[in-house]
Design a binder for this molecule. Structure first.
Ligand SMILES: [Zn+2]
Length: 212
């Protein structure tokens, strides 16, 4: 991949990191972002603040997670990012956040699956919860990556969420959609009297999804 293409991808990571930060989805140095760059992956460096990233805080890693361009250490979740890319050639971007509403579901080990509004059914179906493992550990990779065979978003128990998509723009949109759904769900619980969509309604949304 050409140097100017890498530079464009870094600009995108900086842009969407800042946008996630504006929405309070990446407190302090939590979370990480990556994009596929040819056979390699560009990923935010360890201990960086996603809404205040500089060029030097994004490193290029190979498929074995070695840093091949950059002076910083790659994010501690690099193994998870690479495992998901290996599993799903159709994914080109991954965003991991400790966003407050989705993380509340992760703390309660509660999948975001209730069909409450059309967006969560259309874009995710269900967002399952992967068993807890220490952040950055191989166990976390084992517990989590497998869900991406059939999902584009997975909650990490007592930790946060990982979302993957064909582009960073779409991964950002999905993160915004999922966090908003989680917020609506929690607000609806406070109001009381949640009226879920019917099975018929859900199937109609799935049919629509499969037709586009
Ligand atoms: Zn994390």
């Amino acid at each position: 991949m050409e140097i100017n293409e890498i530079s464009e991808l870094k600009k995108l990571i900086i842009k969407y990191g800042a946008m996630l930060g504006e929405k309070n989805m990446t407190p302090a140095t939590s979370g990480n972002i990556s994009v596929r760059a040819g056979d390699n992956v560009l990923i935010s460096a360890s201990g960086t603040c996603l809404y205040d990233l500089s060029d030097e805080e994004i490193v290029l890693i190979d498929k074995d997670c070695n840093v091949i361009d950059g002076t910083k250490k790659a994010s501690s979740e690099k193994n998870l990012h690479n495992a998901i890319y290996k599993l799903r050639p159709d994914f080109n971007a991954i965003v991991h956040c400790h966003s407050p509403y989705l993380s509340a579901f992760a703390v309660c080990h509660k999948p975001l699956s209730a069909p409450i509004i059309s967006e969560n059914v259309f874009y995710f179906g269900e967002i399952p919860v992967a068993d807890y493992a220490l952040p950055g550990s191989q166990k976390l990779v084992e517990n989590t990556a497998k869900f991406f065979e059939n999902h584009n978003a997975v909650l990490l128990a007592n930790h946060g969420i990982v979302i993957a998509a064909d582009s960073l723009k779409n991964a950002y949109y999905l993160m915004d959609t999922a966090e908003t759904c989680a917020k609506i769900y929690i607000n609806s619980l406070i109001l009381g009297g949640i009226q879920e969509l019917s099975q018929e309604d859900v199937e109609e949304i799935y049919r629509l999804r499969n037709s586009v």
